[in-house]
Structures are given as C-alpha cells and as structure tokens.
Design a binder for this molecule. Structure first.
Ligand code: CMP
Length: 141
C-alpha cells in the first residue's frame, strides 16, 4: 500500500471542477485518507516548490500557486504514485492523453489543474509538508 500527495491547483478550484477531479480518484478505487482546502502564501508556495527555485518559471509558478485556494489530499492505494501520475496525464496538457485530468481540465503547462508526487521519497516529504500524522485517517496515534 502506497500514499501520495495530490493538489488540486487554483485554476481547477476556480473553474469549479474539484468535485470532478475527486470523483476521478474515487472511481479508480483510490482512497482519500486526508483532505483540506487551504490558501498558500507566496512564501509557502516557494518552500513547497523549492526544488524548482533555479527554474525560469519558479516565480510565476509560486505566484500562481498562492493566487487562490487549493485542495490538498493524501491518496492511498496500490501503486498509487504511478497510478495518480497516469490519471493526471503529462505535465504539459498539450502532451496529455485524452481522458486524463490535465487533458480535460488544464489550461497550460503552469496552470495544469493538479500536482502529484513523483516518487516515494517526495511523497513522504510532500505529505508531511501539509499534514501531521494525526490528520491521516487510518494512521495509528
Ligand atoms: P507540478 O507537477 O506541480 O510540478 C512543478 C510545476 O511547475 C508543474 O506541475 C507545472 O505547474 C510547473 N511547470 C513545469 N514546467 C513548466 C514550464 N516549462 N513553464 C511553466 N511552468 C512549468
């Protein structure tokens, strides 16, 4: 059993498609074990995306990620890191396959509707960025 962090980004929340995105995960048999709606400050967005701090899109990305509410979730299931990345589709919606979340709901490579952890190590770090272990359903206290 694996866990991963999923974020519904400000573009998807403002388009009113968060329910549709959550439905996709649930329809695939993925369990949501933690969820909350929050708004990041610019500083928090910079900290979350610190690995990208040298990229030319870092400032614009962190502006966008702090521009409105987001929904952060912990998804659980077998092989859920890879499965979530498949359901999301390619980072750039131009390359995303029909039927994926980004094909359907993303605007462009930055406003791409969702984020998902890319490895078990990042999943662990990203989950603990947003959630204490007491907020994860099914985790022993
Ligand atoms: P995400 O999966 O959240 O991880 C890093 C984010 O940076 C990515 O989704 C995009 O939102 C953004 N991103 C990646 N590449 C580019 C790019 N070339 N231009 C603008 N934003 C990008």
């Amino acid at each position: 059993m694996e866990r991963t962090l999923s974020i519904i980004k400000p573009d998807a929340v403002s388009k009113g498609v968060m329910g549709k995105i959550i439905d996709r995960f649930e329809s695939e048999g993925i369990r949501i074990v933690a969820m909350k709606m929050i708004r990041l400050t610019k500083k928090e967005a910079q900290a979350f995306y610190a690995v990208h701090r040298d990229k030319p899109f870092y400032d614009s990305l962190t502006d966008f990620m702090s521009s409105g509410p987001i929904v952060v979730m912990v998804l659980e299931g077998e092989n859920v890191i890879a499965k979530n990345r498949e359901i999301m589709g390619a980072t750039n919606p131009k390359d995303a396959k029909p039927g994926t979340i980004r094909y359907e709901f993303a605007t462009d490579v930055e406003k791409n509707a969702v984020h998902g952890s890319d490895s078990p190590q990042t999943a662990m770090e990203e989950i603990s960025f947003f959630f204490s272990k007491y907020e994860l359903i099914g985790t022993e206290r």
